[in-house]
Design a protein around this ligand. Structure first.
Ligand code: SF4
Length: 347
């Protein structure tokens, strides 16, 4: 069966037209899904019975079942969903009351094949790519969960594809999902409000620059030299820092967009004063922003958050060297908000 949520608005209208339904019916169905957050045909009030049973018989309308939901005191919500084949994925809602932003962190794969040494998701390897419908539905589920009586109020303003999996390894399904989520007839999440985070798949970054110059790009760097990065991020053996930075610089030139470098600070792994100097030198002159993220502890991997003094000194070195940097506040640590943790805990 086709998944209704893998279709753009036009595709959905065309699909239903082929089955003999007028275009406005397709528009109504799209509205139910993305303007009202309704995925059950019996709740699609203005759709005739015959069409509702056609939809039920020919399309899959639901991909996710919530199996756990944890709320942290700062308002962060972590979701564990079961997919139709029994696999599990996670998503996170992050509220930023100071700026009024409502952000969601979305998964793109079941597991991950890149095996970063600090990541709970990578432990069991890659199971499969998520479908477009499974990616889209995570956003709809979070939107529904945070909505009051009106769907999309408050509205999710930002999306980061930074949950389980390497987003660019699931390029086509992700880009189709991005188009659906961006539709101004649907959730209308701005292209510039979405960010794809990658561990550094060089060919796919080049491809992204060609097909979408609006969406944000974040690079999970986590180490400023090949020796350390090879050790903690095996993908670096395939595409080393030199190749990665060259590609990022080309990307910035081509798109005119500033790139973010994510750097998760892990105690005694990548938090020394020498590394902060190396990082500053590596990124000097690049139109970028560094996001320093104190690690959420992952006890099974021996990952700990550095003490505050070390975090502050790493941050100060970057600032003093003219690097634009922000220190991300730690969110949701008491609910295992580091990627892959909740799923492992449930196992
Ligand atoms: S950090 Fe990201 S790229 Fe690395 S194993 Fe985890 S999910 Fe995969």
């Amino acid at each position: 069966m086709k998944d209704l949520k893998e279709l753009t608005r036009n595709e959905l209208i065309e699909d239903l037209k082929k089955a003999g339904f007028p275009a406005y019916r397709g528009e109504q169905v799209f509205n139910w899904l993305y303007k009202n957050g309704i995925s059950k045909t019996e709740e699609m009030k203005n759709i005739p019975k015959k069409m509702r049973s056609y939809l039920d018989n020919n399309y899959n309308l639901n991909n996710l079942k919530e199996s756990k939901r944890s709320v942290a005191v700062d308002g962060t919500v972590k979701y564990l969903w079961q997919l139709n084949d029994g696999e599990n994925i996670e998503g996170v809602y992050l509220p930023f009351p100071e700026s009024g932003r409502h952000s969601a962190c979305i998964s793109t794969q079941v597991g991950c094949g890149l095996g970063c040494s600090f990541c709970a998701t990578g432990i069991d390897g890659l199971k499969r790519n998520l479908t477009t419908g499974e990616i889209v539905e995570q956003v709809l589920e979070i939107q529904k969960d945070i909505s009051g009586s009106n769907f999309a109020e408050p509205r999710l303003s930002n999306l980061v594809f930074m949950g389980m999996g390497e987003p660019l390894a699931n390029f086509d399904n992700l880009m189709q999902a991005v188009e659906i989520l961006n539709s101004n007839q649907g959730l209308n999440i701005g292209m510039r409000k979405m960010t794809i985070s990658t561990a550094g798949l060089v060919p796919e970054i080049k491809k992204l620059a060609k097909v979408n110059d609006q969406i944000g790009l974040a690079i999970s760097l986590h180490a400023p030299n090949d020796r350390l990065r090879n050790k903690i991020m095996p993908i670096n053996k395939k595409y080393n820092i030199n190749q990665l930075l060259k590609t990022v610089i080309d990307y910035i030139e081509k798109t005119g967009r500033r790139v973010t470098f994510e750097y998760v600070l892990m105690d005694s792994v990548n938090d020394s004063p020498e590394l902060s100097v190396q990082l500053s030198e590596l990124l000097r002159g690049i139109n970028c922003h560094v996001n320093l993220i104190p690690a959420n502890p992952v006890p099974e991997l021996g990952i700990e958050r550095p003490v505050q003094k070390v975090i502050d000194s790493f941050y100060d070195t970057l600032v003093n060297n003219g690097i634009q940097v922000s220190l991300r506040k730690e969110m949701g640590s008491q609910i295992e908000a580091a990627c892959g943790q909740l799923k492992r805990k449930e196992k």
